[in-house]
Design a protein. Structure first.
Length: 248
């Protein structure tokens, strides 16, 4: 089905039958992606007073409990409440779900003992393009990103000036295939989180960061419509399913 979307005084055609899902599912075992030093997530039948919530074990329904942390185990979208004393819910502050987005591919650069995404790389990739959302695919882009155990590995991140550049350029929704936009161990500075949400200025409560995406290599860089949906959790972060639609 080809749909015409009228968006901010322009019209775009997208194919609703060809969604490009860039989320990582949660399976509930040690094969799930993981970060921040937690055990693997669990999806297990509820058990109580001899009841086991599994049809194959005699129950009339499958009735699972799920244990996970959105920041550690699954594609998730977070708002400024992730780093503020005051409570902000991503479910309350993300109230629009379609955005004009740009997908770029970046090879993080060596900086001292780290690998980082620099302002210069983002400037080169974005140029004069005006977008509300930016999706960053990092290289190498192997399928094992969907099951990588990131704790204590010092994965790549965005330097602060790169994140300030994105904020000043009008990027309201930042999506990345890493566990964080910040260095794993930075003594709680969280420079890129703070810069993106402008916590020392006019706090951007409607801006979001989505981490742990995975963009297949078959998806080309370029302009897309992004459908960004979160589970309705009243929390600073929620599992999410970002989906891209190619503009025809």
């Amino acid at each position: 089905m080809i749909a015409t979307i009228k968006y901010k005084s322009a019209s775009y055609k997208i194919d609703l039958t060809n969604p490009l899902d860039i989320s990582i599912p949660l399976r509930g075992d040690a094969s799930d992606v993981n970060a921040w030093y937690l055990d693997a997530p669990k999806i297990q039948p509820h058990q109580e007073d001899g009841f086991v919530g599994k049809v194959s074990e005699g129950a009339c329904v499958n009735f699972n409990n799920i244990w996970f942390n959105p920041h550690s185990h699954i594609t998730h979208t977070e708002c400024v409440g992730h780093i503020t004393e005051e409570f902000y819910s991503v479910n309350q502050n993300l109230n629009q779900f379609f955005f004009l987005a740009e997908l770029i591919t970046v090879a993080p650069e060596k900086y001292e003992e780290d690998f980082v995404i620099s302002k210069k790389q983002l400037q080169y990739a974005l140029g004069n393009k005006k977008r509300e959302a930016l999706i960053i695919r990092t290289l190498p882009n192997l399928a094992n990103k969907k099951s990588t155990q990131y704790s204590h590995t010092n994965p790549p991140y965005l330097v602060e000036e790169a994140t300030v550049y994105l904020r000043d350029k009008g990027i309201d929704h930042l999506l990345i295939d890493l566990p964080s936009v910040d260095k794993e161990k930075d003594d709680g500075v969280l420079a890129s989180h703070n810069a993106f949400w402008d916590t020392q200025g006019n706090i951007r409560t409607g801006a979001t960061i989505t981490e742990f995406i995975f963009v297949e290599n078959t998806i080309e860089d370029g302009k897309y419509f992004l459908n960004l949906q979160v589970a309705p959790f009243e929390n600073d972060a929620s599992p999410s399913r970002p989906v891209l639609y190619k503009i025809l």
